[in-house]
Design a protein around this ligand. Structure first.
Ligand code: TYD
Length: 208
C-alpha cells in the first residue's frame, strides 16, 4: 500500500495561509487525491480542549510549548499517521515549525529542547513540503481583528517569529517561501509549482 504525503502550511498570524491550505485541498481533490485538511492546535477532540486553554489562559512559555506538544502528539498519533498510512494526503494548517517559530524564536524556549520533545512526539514523520506564507508583521497585524492571546504578543514578538521561520526555511530544503503580500491566486499558483514537483517525485517512488 502506498503511503500518502504530508504538506504543512506555516506563517505568522494574518498571513493568509488558511485560505491557501483550502485552495490546495481543492486542487489535490480535483487531481483525484483523498485529502485530509487539518490544523494545529485543535486537530483532534483532545486538541480542541487544549486549543481553548492555549488561546485564553496566560501561562509561561515552557507550559505553552508542552501544551502545543501534547496537542501535536495526539494529532500525529490519531489523525496524521493513520491518514498517511491509508494513502491520503494530509495538509496541516500549522505543525511543528510553529512551535519552533513561536515558542522557540518568539518566546525563547530552548530550540534544542523543542527538537528533543519533537523527536518523541512526531513518531519519525516530517512534512514532505512546508509552504511558508511570509508577510511582514505590520501587514499581518493590520489584517487581524479580535486577536487571541498569542496573536496579541505584539509587533516585536511577531518579528522574532517571522525571522525564525525565514531562518528555518534557509536551512531546510522542504520549505518553499512565498510572498504573502501578493495576490491570493498568484500565491496559489506558486504553491502548485512546488506541489506538482512533489507529486512527480511521489509517483516516481511508487510507480517505477
Ligand atoms: P489559530 O487561531 O489557529 O491561528 P491561525 O489561524 O493564525 O493559525 O491560533 C493558533 C495560534 O497559536 C497562533 O497565534 C499561532 C499559535 N501557535 C503557537 O504559538 N505554537 C504552535 O506550535 C502552534 C501550532 C500555534
Amino acid at each position: 500500500m502506498r503511503q500518502g504525503f504530508f504538506i504543512t502550511v506555516e506563517g505568522i498570524d494574518g498571513s493568509g495561509k488558511t485560505t491557501q491550505a483550502k485552495l490546495l485541498k481543492k486542487y489535490l481533490e480535483s487531481e483525484g487525491f483523498e485529502v485530509v485538511l487539518t490544523k494545529e492546535p485543535g486537530g483532534t477532540p483532545l486538541g480542541s480542549h487544549i486549543r481553548k486553554i492555549l488561546l485564553t489562559q496566560d501561562m509561561n512559555p515552557l507550559s505553552e510549548f508542552l501544551l502545543f506538544a501534547s496537542d501535536r502528539a495526539e494529532h500525529v498519533k490519531n489523525l496524521i499517521l493513520p491518514s498517511l498510512k491509508q494513502g491520503k494526503v494530509v495538509i496541516s494548517d500549522r505543525f511543528s515549525d510553529s512551535s519552533l517559530a513561536y515558542q522557540g524564536y518568539g518566546r525563547g524556549v530552548s530550540i534544542e529542547f523543542i527538537n528533543f520533545v519533537h523527536s518523541k512526539v512526531l513518531s519519525g514523520i516530517s512534512p514532505d513540503l512546508t509552504v511558508l506564507v511570509d508577510i511582514p508583521p505590520k501587514v499581518g497585524l493590520k489584517r487581524l481583528h479580535n486577536l487571541d492571546r498569542i496573536e496579541n504578543g505584539g509587533f516585536d514578538f511577531l518579528k522574532r517569529v517571522r525571522n525564525g521561520y525565514l531562518n528555518m526555511a534557509k536551512q531546510n530544503k522542504r520549505f518553499v517561501v512565498l510572498d504573502g503580500t501578493k495576490d491570493k491566486e498568484y500565491i496559489h499558483m506558486r504553491i502548485l509549482d512546488a506541489v506538482k514537483e512533489l507529486i512527480r517525485d511521489w509517483r516516481d517512488r511508487y510507480e517505477k
